[in-house]
Each structure stands twice: as C-alpha cells, then as structure tokens.
Design a protein around this ligand. Structure first.
Ligand code: BEZ
Length: 209
C-alpha cells in the first residue's frame, strides 16, 4: 500500500517495547512522529534512536509522541535499547514496534525491495491529531535523518494550522511567513492586521508573534 499526504493514517495493532499498541488509541489527541529503522544493533539506527530519546522534551513541547519501528522482536529491541542508552547517553522511553513479520512496514510502504526485501528503509510519517498524514520523508539505509529538520517541520505544520500561513524556504520559528495565495487581500486584512509586504501579488510576507 502506498500512502499519500492527506490520507488517514492506517490503524494497526502490534507488540512493542511498551506492550501491545493499538495505534489510533495510543496516539490519542497527539501528533505522532512515526519512524522506521532497518534493524536493531546497527550503527546509524542506534544514533537515531538515541537522538530521539534525547529530544523527548522537545517532542513533548510540540504535543508529539515518537513511535519507532524496527523489523526485529521485542526481546531484541529491549537488548538494543540498553545499548542505545549506554552508547548515546540516553534514557529511551518511547515505544518501538516489533514488526518482525513486516505487517506494519508493508502497511506504511516502508519496504523498498530494491533496497531490502526484509528490512524497512528510513521512513518518517508526521501524523496529526485527526490521524491525517501530514508529512512523508524517506531516507536510505546509510544516511541518518536530520532531527532538527523533523522538529522544524512539526513547528511549521502546527504554525500553518494555527495561523493560516505557509512557510518559506529554510523557515525557522520567528522568521517571516507567507500568506497563502488562497487568502484574498480582503481576508488577509482580517487575518493579518499587522499588515504584510507585497513582494509580488502572489508573494506576500508577514510576521507571526
Ligand atoms: C545502520 O543503521 O547503520 C544501517 C542499517 C542498514 C544498512 C546500513 C546501515
């Protein structure tokens, strides 16, 4: 199955390092950062798991629950977590799904057969509280993900929802934002009383507080 932005995130039930997870129920009213890994006890994955654990407060501040997936068993995951904590100075407390049979990996199109028939590539799904897929990123097995970018895009999505804006290239919190073309100048006067700079009629820059 291939998933697209805007699709409803498929539900599933599977064992994890925190017991059985019923995905939609577990997600509750939170955002979810769902990310897959090829296998336990591999170097790139170990750094990514440690980085996620060490960003626990940053994810919590964004009302976002991390959820890992690796195509190994709960027993292997638990041994690996001890290694992650040891080597990355972490205290990993989010669940890792035990997708030994590739059930969830297939459901979320994380198996790219030319890369591996049995291991997931590095997929990221950002899922909103309505269970809608809001971002999909796919990295190859030998390149670790950029976690500053993952936090940045969650910030951008949440700001876009709150303020009806779009964010320009390389946007960071505090930078100017874009008034989307779908917003007329009349509506913009109400939505953005602080005003805007019209660089072009289709490129209107404004501020957020
Ligand atoms: C890693 O996590 O280090 C890794 C996993 C599979 C292939 C290459 C690297």
């Amino acid at each position: 199955m291939s998933l697209h932005i805007g699709d409803r995130a498929p539900d599933f039930t599977i064992d994890s390092t925190k017991g059985k997870i019923h995905f939609h129920e577990w997600a509750g009213g939170s955002w979810v950062f769902f990310f897959s890994h090829p296998a336990d006890f591999t170097p790139v994955c170990t750094t990514e798991m440690g980085r996620t654990a060490n960003l626990a407060a940053d994810f919590a501040a964004r009302r976002t629950k991390p959820l890992g997936l690796s195509t190994d068993t709960v027993g292997e995951h638990l041994k690996w977590i001890a290694d992650v904590n040891d080597t990355q100075g972490a205290d990993l407390d989010f669940p890792i799904l035990a997708d030994k049979d590739l059930e969830v990996s297939r459901l979320y199109d994380m198996i790219h057969p030319e890369e591996s028939e049995t291991e997931a590539v590095r997929s990221v799904f950002i899922i909103d509280p309505e269970r809608k897929v809001r971002l999909i990123m796919t990295y190859p097995m030998n390149v670790g993900r950029n976690f500053d970018e993952i936090l940045r895009v969650i910030d951008a999505l949440q700001l876009a929802d709150r303020k009806t804006v779009a964010t320009p290239a390389d946007w960071k919190p505090g930078n100017r934002v874009i008034i989307p073309p779908s917003v007329s100048n009349d509506d913009a006067k109400t939505l953005f009383p602080q005003g805007w700079e019209e660089v072009r009629p289709y490129l209107r820059m404004t501020t957020t507080d």
